[in-house]
Design a protein around this ligand. Structure first.
Ligand code: NAD
Length: 495
């Protein structure tokens, strides 16, 4: 059985805790590897190595850092297919989708190649006679990233690219369900010339997460995962005095107005609800149909669903793969059953779909006549289930979205510019799409939700990522004309 170890100090390290976890191939249901789960002592070894590396790395020139980042970019860009295959085999998503996540991750590496522009300080000349004030941004030291199963390459890239380019050492704790992408990235960084210890991987579960949060030499924690764990990591980390950004779960609404292009809206809803089997934090999971559009839209979506090819990720024509585990598959099925008991109408019931029997497959599901009190509307199901809530007015739709505890992503489909403008202005959600169903910002903007979808002050990657992974220092300097020097016991005033 393949064994997935840790990557510490520039090399593979076998786990010594005696604990490990199964890594499945969700398309077959078989265990394909065992991943070592780190102990507190193993996390400490990674932090000791990273701390030593961070000191030297912070002293490296911007030229050195960006040259390594450019080399890494070239390696990654040339190996998208290799990475996509390993992601697909452990996560289940189809290879084209996995390649898409690598491509979006690559954008963050490309952003990091231009880090020098983002680390430019600011200066005011002559704030007082002969005095300049300038601000610098310096790295934090050792920073850690704890990542979810659903984007095993892209989400770590949101963190490590900026963190490393800013001069920090980065420790990744990937999801124990699909850890191999991070391990490959660690090896490729060494190949690109990154010094050992600047990028490490500790595999593990809660023990490793807690050890990273509690370690006094870890300066900051970036987390992406479910809301309860995001809240826990944020509270525990900030209580330790650390900087924490913790991104949580979502219930992303797509609002469709009666003037929308029905075919375009239906295509977008199907793509955004069922892509990656709904296991995306930006998946559309609630469709809010305003007024007369509902019947036509539900019909258009339901006629598209049978055309979705469900299969193993490496089948050439597969469009939707399995879910991550058997338990998760059963959880999704439970939601669909209980929704129907509560009065929702299963226009398409995924439990009846013709899907492969061996793996953790569940068919695309469309639930109509869902009301906001129903569990299937309130909870993040994180599966291929789209619920339709019918409302009478645009106002009702905005109020419904704004009363939801999550605020990650949302989209409006309309041909009315004024309505779109009002939506973007009033909606209490961090990322908004206008006729764009999955509005993940490009790498030079920042990614983050509002409300229960993000704990902390800074969004991830882009300009806010640079701020998160650096701290500011303001320098007040005087290089006076020696002839003007004099003693003055008064409080310094600006003249
Ligand atoms: P998860 O919260 O179960 O796990 C995330 C990470 O936390 C993993 O590395 C895991 O090992 C660790 N973890 C799990 N339980 C823990 C515990 N009790 N204590 C400490 N650490 C623990 O999330 P997941 O199932 O891997 O990912 C799916 C979730 O992530 C969904 O809710 C999804 O919406 C969310 N997500 C959010 C975003 C975003 O940008 N907001 C992006 C991707 C995924």
């Amino acid at each position: 059985m393949r064994r997935i170890q840790h990557f510490i100090d520039g090399e593979l390290r076998a786990g010594t805790s005696g604990r490990s976890s199964d890594v499945y191939n969700p398309a077959t249901g078989e265990v394909q590897a065992q991943v070592d789960l780190a102990s507190v002592a193993e996390v400490d070894q990674a932090v000791v190595s990273a701390s030593a590396a961070a000191v030297e790395w912070a002293e490296s020139s911007l030229t050195q850092r960006t040259q390594i980042m450019f080399r890494f970019r070239e390696l990654l860009a040339g190996r998208v297919d290799e990475l996509a295959r390993i992601i697909s085999s452990e996560h289940g998503k189809v290879i084209s989708d996995a390649a898409g996540e690598v491509a979006r991750g690559l954008e963050n590496v490309e952003f990091a190649c231009g880090i020098a522009h983002h680390l430019k300080g600011e200066i005011n000349e002559q704030v007082s006679a002969g005095i300049e004030v300038y601000s610098l941004r310096q790295p934090l030291g050792v920073v850690a990233g704890i990542t979810p199963f659903n984007f095993p390459a892209m989400v770590p890239s949101w963190m490590f690219a900026t963190a490393i380019a800013c001069g920090n050492a980065f420790i990744c704790k990937p999801s124990e369900r699909d850890p191999s992408a991070s391990m490959l990235i660690a090896e490729w960084f060494i190949e690109a010339g990154l010094p050992p210890g600047v990028f490490s991987v500790v595999n593990g579960d809660k023990v490793a997460v807690d050890a990273l949060i509690d370690h006094e030499d870890v300066a900051a924690i970036s987390f992406v995962g479910s809301t309860p764990i995001a809240s826990y990591v944020y509270n525990r980390g900030t209580a330790m005095g650390k900087r924490v950004q913790a991104l949580g779960g979502a219930k992303n609404h797509m609002l469709v107005l009666p003037d929308a292009d029905i075919d375009m809206a239906a295509d977008a809803a199907v793509s955004a609800a069922y892509g990656s089997a709904g296991e995306r934090c930006m998946a559309i999971s609630a469709l809010i149909a305003v007024g007369s559009v509902a019947d036509e839209l539900v019909e258009a979506i339901s006629t598209r669903i049978p055309g979705i090819k469900v299969g193993a990720g490496d089948e050439p024509d597969a469009e939707m793969g399995p879910l991550i585990t058997e338990e998760h598959c059963a959880r999704v099925a439970g939601y669909v059953e209980r929704a129907q008991e509560a009065g929702a109408v299963a226009v398409v019931d995924g439990s009846q779909a013709d899907v492969p029997k061996n793996g953790f497959f569940y068919g695309p599901t469309l639930l109509d006549d869902v009301t906001p009190e129903m569990e299937c509307y309130r909870d993040e199901i994180f599966g291929p289930v789209l619920v339709v809530v019918r409302v009478e007015t645009f106002r009702e739709a905005i109020d419904l979205i704004n009363s939801n505890p999550f605020g990650n992503g949302t989209a409006i489909f309309t041909r009315d510019g004024g309505a779109a403008r009002q939506f973007q202005h009033e909606v209490q959600v961090g990322m908004v799409g206008i006729n764009v169903p999955i509005p993940v910002p490009v790498a030079y903007h920042s990614f983050g939700g509002w409300k229960s979808s993000l704990f902390g002050d800074t969004h991830m990657y882009g300009p806010e990522g640079v701020r998160f992974y650096t701290r500011a220092k303001a320098v007040t300097a005087r290089w006076p004309d020696p002839s003007s020097s004099q003693i003055d016991l008064g409080f310094p005033r600006n003249n």
